[in-house]
Design a protein around this ligand. Structure first.
Ligand SMILES: N[C@H](CCC[C@H](N)C(=O)O)C(=O)O
Length: 304
């Protein structure tokens, strides 16, 4: 939607274009509004090169005592996701800029998340506990050991990718372990096939991971509902805990994604703490019903 066409629509809410290690995020402030971002409005925003995004983080008024907001996560294709690590860091940065507070508690479809902005500007998010049961991922077939399930792509006698670990951070992840550079695989070709594989009744985020040290791995992800992204925070968490479960790494792992590094700490209390940056790009106003928007050229790092 061009700015001029947007001007004569009802632009009722503030939004910010941000990113988390290059994962393109639109943060929409719907507090005090009964409006909800529709899938159609999300797709309209996604189709505009100026606002193209990987996820929308829609901030709604809190529904539960002790939470600061209810946050809805919408993928580029309009589907709703349970978790978004990079987007959550962007919401924390936006609300910290608005309120001066550093600690926040959000309700999401994955559950209650706590997060805080550190003095160095990095943001730590408690992504909760990982789930490994086949029905929690979910998978459409029962597997007793989800550290390596029977799934492969490529010729039966020489599979290109096989035996992934699966895990849920509230959203479904499959991680294929490779021993070559993650850039040497045609993830753009395999990703959509695996994302929509019948083994994943709710589809899945598909990652390839190369362990490079007992505390480090590199990762590329084909995201459910989006495609290739420069970073996927929940995939970084899923890959790190799966690397630990398969004795490839310890419990603290630096995950290098195309957009940069995330530090993942799978604590002894089973909570997964993800720490990384967030970045504000620009702000404007948005009609949540249609996705029409106007960019505010004068905005500085304003609240979402
Ligand atoms: N595409 C994901 C949601 C966003 C995950 C990612 N952007 C992150 O930072 O966790 C899904 O449908 O489960």
């Amino acid at each position: 939607m061009t700015d001029s066409a947007a001007r004569d629509t009802d632009l009722s809410v503030a939004f910010a274009r941000m990113n988390g290690l290059g994962n393109e995020i639109v943060v929409v402030d719907l507090r005090g509004s009964a409006a909800r971002i529709s899938a159609a409005a999300a797709r309209a925003l996604a189709e505009d090169p100026a606002t193209r995004f990987d996820q929308i983080m829609a901030i709604h008024d809190p529904r539960l005592d002790g939470t600061d907001a209810y946050v809805r996560i919408i993928n580029r294709d309009g589907s709703e996701a349970e978790a978004c690590g990079n987007g959550t860091r962007c919401v924390v940065q936006a609300l910290a800029a608005e309120t001066g507070r550093r600690d926040f508690t959000f309700e999401t479809r994955a559950g209650i998340l706590t997060a805080f902005e550190r003095d160095d500007g990095l943001i730590a998010v408690d992504m909760g506990r990982p789930r490994f049961g086949w029905s929690e991922i979910p998978l459409s077939e029962e597997f007793s050991d989800t550290r390596a399930i029977e799934l492969q792509i490529g010729p039966i006698d020489a599979p290109i990718l096989h035996s992934p670990s699966v895990a849920s951070m509230g959203n479904p992840h499959a991680i294929f372990w490779v021993d070559r550079d993650v850039w040497s695989y045609e993830l753009d070709r395999f990703g959509p096939v695996l994302e929509n594989h019948p083994l994943f009744p709710e589809r899945a985020n598909i990652s390839i991971a190369q362990v490079t040290a007992p505390d480090a791995l590199t990762l590329r992800t084909w995201e459910r509902g989006v495609g290739l992204t420069r970073a996927c925070g929940s995939a970084a968490c899923a890959a790190a805990v799966s690397a630990t479960r398969t004795r490839r790494t310890g419990r603290i792992v630096t995950v290098t994604v195309p957009g940069g590094d995330l530090l993942i700490d799978w604590r002894d209390d089973d909570h997964v703490i993800m720490t990384g940056p967030a970045e504000w790009n620009w702000s404007g106003r948005l009609d949540p019903a249609t996705g029409a928007y106007v960019r505010d050229e004068t905005a500085t790092h304003e609240p979402a």
